[in-house]
Design a binder for this molecule. Structure first.
Ligand code: SF4
Ligand code: SF4
Ligand code: SF4
Length: 469
């Protein structure tokens, strides 16, 4: 008798995790499948059936990135007990796998723009009081000991009436890197405000989606490129530096990545770029297509094409501090206009392998500081620590005597960070998150949980009720 022919599955079953039903938002099991060189989540909800979502367009990158995972650090204190199970116990609860590398404070929900794409769903709303922010900063210091980075966000933080006092409050608690996440409108319109801000030395995290007004009209609802340029010129004049933050949307601005890079390399106020593939959290322009979305690896490949090889995919590494699927990073040395990615002068993998496989061995190597700079989400270009961390005798780079004000001429950082939504949500990534929203009640919630699991709405309800009393 002839054997019946067995069909072969059209995918490799790569693993299993927990995700979310995009219809009812219940947490459900999800298979991780590799198909045609890409990686998908396939999940089943008892009520709403099967759903699939693309999580990476480059299966090789995804598989290799596992090697970049490393043990997390514990915060000094946690704020919530394990009661209902992840992700309902944030936090941080004692089961969380990474401390807070970067604490975010949403100091206002108000904004001077009403962008069609806004994961924070900002517009109207309220400002936190200065005393509330101070208490949150105190709690952050108690949980972390020596926190490295706090980002003030919103809404639009520069329109908070006490923004200068808030930046000063963070600095006075010894937090070395205070970042202000802004659309740049006030920075462009009020050079005097920029000068006063400069007295407190924050780094600016500037929304910068491209070089064409059409891009801004689609994502932000108005023509903004002149505003962005003016904001950057005012920063340069006041001696402040910025990282450009680009929301990357398929068929909107994914053809501009190389031009944004070249612009950033040339502008004296720009220290680095952060490309963020559009997440479908909050408000977002255009169709939702979880199978055709832009992923972290799409950005890497497009950047290689569009930069003429200035940065190649091979120059990037998964960032090991959060889950390695979350983020990729590359640094370059820039000297007299020549751009040299660090990975071309340092065998980064050799040292990362040592760090991952031999965690009990003290790698007292002169390249260790380079690895630390690469591996920490808390690394912020443009600060003394980055200058000393990136000094390296072995690769011929010595920044120890560098005038910090000229750092932008020496090093440039590119980060690609893929935030999650209800389609690509992966509980494994959430548990290793190192970017945490600091809440007025003292909790710290992983940023993706804050965006999509109802924590933001809970905080807003509480704060609005407080103000109605
Ligand atoms: S995401 Fe982290 S803090 Fe939140 S419930 Fe899960 S383990 Fe706890
Ligand atoms: S994306 Fe930023 S600038 Fe636009 S509405 Fe939201 S908070 Fe304001
Ligand atoms: S914010 Fe989201 S994407 Fe970023 S590290 Fe945390 S879990 Fe990962």
């Amino acid at each position: 008798m002839k054997d019946a022919e067995k069909a072969t599955r059209p995918h490799v079953f790569h693993g299993i995790t927990r995700s979310m039903c995009p219809e009812c938002r219940k947490i459900v099991d999800a298979q991780v499948l590799i198909r045609n060189g890409a990686v998908y989540l396939r999940k089943y909800c008892l009520e709403h059936g099967w759903h699939e979502a693309l999580i990476s367009s480059d299966a090789d990158w995804h598989v290799r990135s596992v090697a970049y995972n490393k043990p997390g650090a514990l915060p000094l204190t946690t704020a919530t007990p394990v009661k209902q199970g992840c992700p309902d116990d944030c936090g941080l609860c004692p089961e969380h796998q990474q401390h807070t590398c970067l604490g975010l404070i949403e100091i206002t929900t108000r904004c001077n723009l009403t962008c069609p794409t806004c994961f924070a769903d900002s517009g109207e709303g309220y400002d936190l009081r200065l005393e509330q922010v101070e208490a949150m900063l105190d709690r952050f210091v108690a949980a972390e000991g020596n926190p490295e980075v706090v980002q003030l966000s919103g809404g639009e933080p520069t329109i908070h009436p006490q923004i200068l006092q808030i930046v000063a409050a963070a600095r006075s608690r010894g937090i070395p890197h205070v970042m202000v996440n802004t659309n740049g409108v006030r920075l462009a319109q009020e050079p005097d405000f920029v000068r006063r801000l400069a007295e407190h030395g924050p780094t600016i995290y500037l929304q910068f989606d491209g070089l064409h007004d059409s891009t801004y009209r689609t994502l932000r609802g108005s023509n903004l490129i002149d505003i962005k340029r003016r904001a950057l010129d005012n920063l340069a004049e006041a001696g402040l530096y910025a990282n450009l933050v680009t929301t990357v949307a398929r068929d909107v601005n994914d053809g501009e990545l190389g031009d944004i890079l070249r612009f950033g390399l040339e502008h004296p106020a720009v220290l680095g770029l952060c490309y963020q593939p559009l997440s479908y959290a909050g408000r977002h322009a255009g169709e939702v297509d979880p199978l055709r979305r832009t992923t972290v690896t799409d950005v890497l490949h497009r950047l290689e094409e569009q930069s003429g090889g200035l940065f190649k995919v091979s120059d990037f590494r998964p960032v090991p501090c959060p889950h390695p699927d979350c983020s990729a990073c590359a640094y370059a040395y820039v000297h007299e206009g020549e751009v040299t990615p660090i990975s071309r002068v340092v065998d980064v993998d050799e040292y990362l392998d040592l760090a991952v496989n031999r965690t009990v061995v003290d790698i007292s190597n002169e390249l260790r500081p380079v690895l630390e700079a690469l591996s920490g989400m808390a690394a912020v270009m443009g600060v003394e620590k980055a200058a000393s961390a990136l000094s390296c005798a072995a690769c011929g780079i010595d920044l120890s005597a560098l005038d910090i004000r000229n750092l932008h001429e020496r090093f440039f950082m590119i980060q690609v960070h893929g935030f999650m939504d209800e389609y690509n949500f992966d509980l494994e990534r959430l548990m290793k998150c190192c970017i945490h929203q600091l809440l007025p009640d003292g909790r710290a919630v992983p940023f993706c949980a804050y965006n999509i699991l109802g924590y933001r709405e809970e905080v807003r309800r509480e704060q609005e009720a407080l103000r109605d009393r």
